[in-house]
Design a protein around this ligand. Sequence first.
Ligand SMILES: C[S@@+](CC[C@H](N)C(=O)[O-])C[C@H]1O[C@@H](n2cnc3c(N)ncnc32)[C@H](O)[C@@H]1O
Length: 318
Amino acid sequence: MAASMAVASCWVLRGCRDQRLLLGWGRRLCSGGGRAAADARTHFGFQTVSEEEKGEKVYQVFENVAKKYDIMNDSMSLGIHRIWKDIFLHQMNPCPGTQLLDVAGGTGDIAFRFLNYVRSQREHQVRQQLRTHQNLSWQEITKLYQEEEHKSLGGSHVVVCDINKEMLKVGKQKSQCLGYSEGLSWVLGNAEELPFNNDSFDVYTIAFGIRNVTHIDHALQEAYRVLKPGGRFLCLEFSHVNNSLVSSLYDLYSFQVIPVLGEVIAGDWKAYQYLVESIRCFLTQEELKELMEDVGFLKVEYRNLGSGIVAIHSGFKL
Ligand SMILES: C[S@@+](CC[C@H](N)C(=O)[O-])C[C@H]1O[C@@H](n2cnc3c(N)ncnc32)[C@H](O)[C@@H]1O
């Protein structure tokens, strides 16, 4: 069974690769410049659709699953997506004052982790500062702590930008429930045409989002544009498994279990079928690295997690 799944997924993967070449999804077309023709075709999972249709279908998927999105993430990944996101934040290692743009930010998982991380960094900074002033009176120490409480993020801010109103709505409700208000804003916007000025952010993140974007090269160009010189691009995304045993088990789980979970928990088999298929059709680690380099990012590197089930790509605007 596992072997036949592996063969099937190989076939499918080859199909997706051929499709990418046919549909001009590859590097040559991207570096060819100019926006794609209005009638260009692309993939939506294993289907071939018009680019316009892809945008609509992706929108529908996330509109339909928005309310169940978080619970589905936990069930499908057995909670492992939380570990990947924590690792992602540690790799970012933001300091107080960082201005972050989280694109395809959905229900805010990266933004909330960012705020927690920066707050704890800030607390650490303040404790260090107080330790260096050994001769302060207790009144002065209390006053300093009170002042610092009001600037617990040290000026950091995160903008969550997503194309889907429903995902943002769930994210905003979650932020209220969890008590996040300071240093956070929500913006409706398309990764391919970001509603922000040039050179605005220190860090741009996109977690499990870039796979869903129709023109990945345009999204990367936009990321480059809105980052400040010296800014960092970080992408967390499903990728290609480099271990044959893990790959067989992963395929078995993906194709046999995930759509069933999607139906049982979110009442939407198709959305989770799309998830599995879109992962198989997505760029390899090296292909995404090359696209990033094409738009001008430097020091581009990636790190596989879980034998490549996901990968973190990093690059700088220098
Ligand atoms: C799998 S969710 C990821 C959400 C969140 N980043 C996380 O890690 O949990 C993908 C998100 O990408 C968003 N998305 C898809 N296409 C987009 C686009 N062109 N521009 C901005 N967001 C997009 C969807 O609306 C959805 O919220």
